[in-house]
Design a protein around this ligand. Structure first.
Ligand SMILES: [Zn+2]
Length: 136
């Protein structure tokens, strides 16, 4: 599943939530939704080194708090393409991290760890900076 599709699903969910909140006279949620690391074989993705420190922090954040259930399963299309079917990552969990300061909701799949360590994926700079700023 691709970043844009995931964002669209969550934007629609936020809209439904907001309708409910407004009906009940409550404050609307107003976050920018940014999906990260839903890679697909027919799209280019950024590659590069990420620090161990970043990976460690991301793992800690992953293990903290609430993890979303599935929005469909994610398997690694790159491994499958390489005939590496057995070792493909497979996970359907997702995580939301909220950047309150910048009003952003980041969504990412558990597969992000596989993409980073096995395929050299490098997440966007803003996300890395946000993660590095957490847990200080
Ligand atoms: Zn893979």
């Amino acid at each position: 599943m691709k970043n844009k599709e995931v964002e669209q699903q969550h934007i629609e969910a936020q809209q439904r939530l907001n309708e409910m909140l407004t009906e009940n006279g409550m404050m609307k949620e107003d976050f920018k939704i940014v999906a990260i690391g839903y890679l697909s074989i027919d799209e280019e993705f950024e590659k590069g080194e990420v620090s161990n420190n970043f990976l460690t922090k991301l793992k800690v954040l992953w293990n903290e708090g609430m993890t979303l259930g599935s929005m469909g399963s994610h398997e690694c299309e790159f491994c499958i393409d390489e005939g590496n079917y057995k070792n493909r990552g497979l996970s359907s969990s997702e995580k939301v991290l909220i950047d309150k300061e910048n009003k952003i909701k980041y969504l990412f799949p558990e597969m992000i760890f596989h993409y980073i360590t096995k395929h050299g994926y490098k997440p966007p700079k803003e996300f890395i900076e946000f993660v590095m700023g957490c847990l200080e």
